[in-house]
Design a binder for this molecule. Structure first.
Ligand code: CMX
Length: 137
């Protein structure tokens, strides 16, 4: 697969409203989009740091993967998302061929008009890994 860049870092938070002053006032970053991703049961807020984005993730349901992560004591960086040039479907297929455990067998829609697919952290040295590409127009 060809990874072109880190697209974003996902950061799990209990409340976007509570943490935004730190990112905006202390770090001087600007939140440019807030979006709910129903499928993933999260509300997201995006900030740009150069080419890389930070995605703040607030669970919208106790069933959310992010809610479970926070409940089990997880804090801070939740996942790393790589932009793939040859498409998420192809990248997932290549990973599966190499014995990597997939969370998503096929790409699904995520925030920011991206198609996404997750690899299981047990297969990726403990780092929950997202592969993503812009949705086709
Ligand atoms: N990073 C690293 N490890 C993680 C993790 C994370 N974010 N989340 C869970 N784990 C680990 C746990 O620590 C646990 O390890 P141990 O067995 O050693 O304790 C193991 O994975 C299993 O964890 P679990 O609590 O039993 O959680 P689940 O199996 O129910 O779910 C996962 C884990 C990764 C499969 C699930 O969180 C998932 O499907 N994630 C992908 C979707 C997602 O995260 N969506 C939110 C973001 C959406 C977006 O960006 O738009």
């Amino acid at each position: 697969m060809k990874i072109s860049r880190i697209d974003h870092l996902g950061i799990a938070v209990q409340s976007i409203d509570e943490v935004l002053p730190y990112f905006e006032n202390t770090l001087g970053l600007k939140c440019y989009a807030v979006e709910e991703v129903e499928d993933q049961k999260v509300k997201t807020a995006f900030l740009k740091v150069g080419e890389v984005k930070l995605e703040l993730l607030e669970p919208t349901s106790p069933e959310s993967a992010v809610a479970k992560f926070l409940e089990k004591g997880g804090r801070g960086v939740h996942h790393v998302a790589f932009a793939v040039e040859d498409g998420v479907a192809e990248a997932l297929a290549q990973c599966e061929e190499q014995g990597i455990r997939l969370i998503d067998k096929a790409p699904r829609p995520g925030a920011e008009q991206m198609m996404i697919g997750f690899l299981h952290p047990k297969s990726t040295v403990g780092v929950l890994t997202e592969l993503c590409e812009p949705m086709k127009k």
